[in-house]
Design a protein around this ligand. Structure first.
Ligand code: FES
Length: 190
């Protein structure tokens, strides 16, 4: 199924699929037969792919459509109806900006705009290097800390535009240190 789909792609579309995505597609192909090939399994299959891989690659949606014998439009219709589904891979540093009422009132939109400008992506997107993904979320349950943002697993409180800069700088510094550490280890090993 996957081979056929890949063979039918334009060269530029094929080239846009990186190793990570290809592996996900292979996994999806291997895992799908666990589910019965019935329309009632559409939602469970999408939930499985989302849960296991963090998003629904475009070709995976086509594979699901082929497997269940439904149109791609039907699959998209379901996938876009539920906001639990994402269509871009999560970044290594997922950033979730709370836009619940308390955070909205305290300037959550401005914080979101600051992240968008700084990362050069818009809400719902992942940076091309997959380092960052950005999304808006509803109340995360810490309204007293508004405006709040979740970076990875950590809640950042009372976020201001300058704190946005600080958050990104901290991630970049951590990344640079990890890269240096790896270089040192590689040099030490040989
Ligand atoms: S509204 Fe943002 S934490 Fe509740």
């Amino acid at each position: 199924m996957l081979e056929q789909l890949l063979a039918g792609l334009e060269p530029s579309e094929r080239a846009a699929i990186d190793d990570e995505e290809l592996q996900i597609l292979k996994d999806v192909e291997a895992e799908m037969p666990v589910f019965a090939a019935e329309r009632s399994q559409l939602l469970p299959i999408l939930q499985h792919i989302q849960g296991r891989h963090g998003y629904l690659p475009k070709l995976a949606l086509q594979m699901v459509a082929d497997y269940l014998g439904v149109t791609i439009g039907k699959v998209y219709g379901i996938a876009t109806f539920y906001n639990q589904f994402k269509f871009n891979p999560p970044g290594r540093n997922p950033i979730k900006v709370c836009l619940g009422t308390a955070c909205h009132v305290k300037g959550g939109e401005i914080i979101l705009e600051n992240f968008e400008r700084r990362l050069e992506i818009t809400e719902g997107q992942t940076s091309p290097d997959r380092e960052y993904s950005l999304e808006r979320v509803a109340c995360i349950g810490c309204c007293a800390l508004a405006p709040a943002v979740v970076v990875g697993d950590k809640v950042e409180a009372y976020v201001t535009p300058s704190k946005v800069e600080g958050i990104i700088t901290e991630i970049e510094v951590r990344k640079a240190m990890a890269a240096r550490e790896q270089e040192r280890n590689e040099a030490a090993n040989g």
